[in-house]
Design a protein around this ligand. Structure first.
Ligand code: DC
Length: 226
């Protein structure tokens, strides 16, 4: 089945920073920090897919079922986006499954593009983090970052996050889940996880948060004020 995605990106004067990358590479932290720094709006697009996955699971459905997943995406509400279980591992895996279904991606695309084109609160720009922001959602983004880190580093970070939240998966489970999710996200036919041709790669394996933010900021500055 090939991708059927609606039309062209919405055009506007808002500055868009696209932050893509695999699971737990540090995208969310970086994107939030950049948004705060520049006074831009921030959209965690993974939360949209997580909300769809969580909704299907809550209704007892199979996240891989295109009919159930498309119906959940079409009927997504603000309350779904605030579901308490959104950040859990099972919901992450369900999100990755629903994200492979073209009808789900199509249902979420317009919202993401409008957010980027007209950021809430009249902010002059938006930072979106996800998997396909630079390739599909906002191919005209002013700056595209693709954040990576070694699998073991990402698993260690994610493991700590889950332990801090009171969950107790083993490190090996977290590493296996992360690899499974990355493989699914990369292999899907519609909007797979991959860097845009004009994305700037940033490997955060050996950087702490402050150094990673500084590196991202340097890239943004070099692109926006060459
Ligand atoms: O960033 P995250 O881990 O919260 O994302 C959850 C899943 O949603 C991820 O495994 C793939 C999917 N996703 C996507 O396909 N496209 C996006 N722009 C964001 C997330």
């Amino acid at each position: 089945m090939s991708a059927e995605l609606p039309s062209a990106p919405v055009s506007s004067s808002a500055v868009v920073i696209a932050v893509d990358g695999p699971v737990a590479a540090g995208k969310g932290t970086l994107a939030r920090r950049l948004a705060a720094l520049y006074g831009y709006a921030y959209l965690d697009t993974g939360a949209l897919y997580r909300a769809v996955g969580a909704k299907v699971l809550r209704e007892g459905g199979d996240p891989g079922n295109p009919v159930a997943a498309a119906a959940a995406a079409a009927g997504l509400t603000d309350a779904d986006l605030k579901a308490p279980e959104l950040r859990s591992e099972p919901v992450g895996l369900a999100a990755s499954k629903v994200a492979a279904i073209p009808a789900v991606r199509a249902a979420l695309l317009d919202y993401q593009r409008r957010y980027a084109a007209t950021p809430p609160g009249g902010q002059p720009g938006a930072v979106l983090d996800g998997r396909d922001i630079g390739t599909v959602v906002c191919p005209e983004a002013a700056v595209k970052l693709f954040i990576t880190a070694r699998d073991e580093v990402r698993a260690t970070r994610r493991h700590k996050e889950l332990i801090d939240k009171g969950e107790n998966p083993t490190y090996d489970q977290v590493l296996a889940d992360l690899r499974r999710r990355d493989a699914q996200d990369q292999a899907r036919e519609t909007a797979p996880l991959k860097p845009a041709g004009d994305a700037h790669l940033l490997d955060t394996s050996d950087l702490d948060i402050e150094a990673a933010v500084q590196a991202a900021q340097d890239i943004v500055a070099a692109v926006l004020q060459p």
